[in-house]
Every structure is written in structure tokens, then in C-alpha cells.
Design a protein around this ligand. Structure first.
Ligand code: PMT
Length: 223
């Protein structure tokens, strides 16, 4: 069999949305299905990597050979990721982490007070998991995603630099793009380089992303 590029390399991948509870029956979530992150985990495992997948609430089977940790909220995801990031060689943040959560979780189901009353929700910011992993010393090779609805390359390049990432995979999201679907298109950006991956199946894009990670981790002369 052909030599596998990532034999023994420890990958940590986050995938899916987070759910931020409002009360025992309601939450704030987003449209991530987890497909992109699960495809990255599967592609890395197929190249011989030892993969741990931290998954938000999704309806997907665990890829073969991958260790899976299920979480619900951004804070649970942060804990699961930070527990493992120090012992990882590569961290790929494909999860759509909720940026905000309700300040308080109501202990009982919120009731309508009257027919025309509204509800004001007070939100606070969640921790930025990717930025925290990027700030570790020593740190793994850090790969972020950027979900943008406009000016994709400009905003993604700014995220790459601001969060001091090794690589960012940018995708345009919105109506019929990025989330939920089987296909996607990615623009890979790293310090001094770029590669546009045309629209295609998420499994194919994940294989190309993993190949790029393997190349960038090699010493410069061998790339
Ligand atoms: O799951 P699918 O349906 O297959 O859809 C795939 C996808 C569109 C969700 C995926 O390709 C994608 O873009 N994932 C990142 C979504 C996102 O949250 O992007 P962002 O630009 O808001 O965040 C930038 C990066 O910071 C991401 O790597 C994110 O994981 C990370 N982040 C964001 C907020 C936060 N509090 N903590 C983080 O770690």
C-alpha cells in the first residue's frame, strides 16, 4: 500500500454547531450539520492520523477509526478541546461555535406573560476556542475556518493574521452555500500562500485540506 502521509500524527478536530440553552426546552443554535468537520476527521484518519473529533449536536455516524467526544455548548466544547490540544500535533476548528449565549439559563420553561408581550434575551460572549488554542505555547499546527457572507478573502486573511493561525479555510456561507449541504468550496490561505479549492464534495475538499496541512507541516525545503 502507498505510504500514508500522516502516520501517527495526532489530529484534534472540532465539528458541528453549539447549542446555547435558553431554558430546559429552547436553545440558540446554528445551521452547521457537522459534515465538513466529520469529513476532515475521516480524511486525516485515512492518511494514518490518530484523530479525536469533538462534535457538537449533529446527526452523523462517527468516521471509521476516529475517537469521538460529544458536547453541546461552546463552553463544553472549549473544555473538551483545551483538555486535548496540548497533546495534539494539529488542531482543525471546523465547528460553528456560537459567539453568544444567554446570560442566564431559565430553570423552568419560559411562559408567555400576555398575548402581546415580547421577550428580551440578554446575551454574553462565549470564549474563542480557536484563539485560545493558538495562544498555547507550545501549540499544535492551528487551522481555523472562516464562514463569511461577503469579502471572503479579505476577512479570512484578517482572521488568519489576527488569530496568528497557520492556515485558514474560508468558505462563503448563506442561502444555499456552505452549511448543511454535501458540497462546498474552500479558499485556503496561509502566511505567504493561497489555494482555491473549487466547489465539490466535502469529502474531496477535506482530502485536499488535509494534504495541504501535511505539506505545510514539513520543513520548508521539503514542501
Ligand atoms: O457543518 P457543515 O454543515 O458541513 O458546514 C460547514 C461550515 C460552514 C460550518 C464550516 O465549513 C465552517 O465554516 N466552520 C466555521 C464556522 C464559523 O464559526 O466560522 P467563524 O468565521 O464564525 O469562526 C472562525 C473560526 O473561529 C472557526 O474556526 C471557528 O471554529 C472558531 N471559533 C469561533 C467562535 C468561537 N467562539 N470559538 C471558535 O473557536
Amino acid at each position: 500500500r502507498r505510504p500514508r502521509e500522516l502516520d501517527g500524527v495526532r489530529f484534534l478536530v472540532s465539528a458541528g454547531p453549539t447549542y446555547e440553552d435558553i431554558d430546559p426546552v429552547r436553545f440558540i443554535g446554528n445551521r452547521s450539520s457537522g459534515r465538513m468537520g466529520f469529513a476532515v476527521a475521516a480524511a486525516a484518519a485515512a492518511e494514518g492520523a490518530q484523530v479525536t473529533l469533538v462534535a457538537g449536536p449533529v446527526h452523523l455516524p462517527t468516521p471509521r477509526g476516529v475517537e469521538r467526544v460529544d458536547v453541546r455548548s461552546a463552553r463544553e466544547m472549549r473544555e473538551a478541546v483545551l483538555e486535548r490540544a496540548g497533546a495534539s500535533d494539529v488542531f482543525v476548528a471546523a465547528a460553528a461555535v456560537g459567539d453568544f449565549r444567554p446570560r442566564d439559563v431559565a430553570p423552568h420553561k419560559l411562559k408567555k406573560a400576555s398575548a402581546d408581550s415580547g421577550l428580551d434575551l440578554s446575551l454574553v460572549q462565549n470564549p474563542d476556542i480557536l484563539a485560545e488554542v493558538a495562544a498555547l505555547d507550545p501549540r499544535p499546527f492551528v487551522v481555523g475556518f472562516a464562514a463569511e457572507t461577503e469579502r471572503v478573502e479579505e476577512y479570512a486573511r484578517a482572521k488568519l493574521e489576527r488569530k496568528r493561525l497557520d492556515l485558514i479555510a474560508a468558505n462563503e456561507v448563506g442561502a444555499g452555500l456552505g452549511f448543511e449541504r454535501e458540497d462546498n468550496a474552500l479558499l485556503l490561505l496561509w502566511p505567504g500562500g493561497r489555494e482555491a479549492l473549487d466547489r465539490g464534495d466535502k469529502a474531496d475538499l477535506a482530502r485536499a485540506l488535509v494534504a495541504r496541512i501535511a505539506r505545510l507541516r514539513k520543513p520548508v525545503g521539503e514542501q
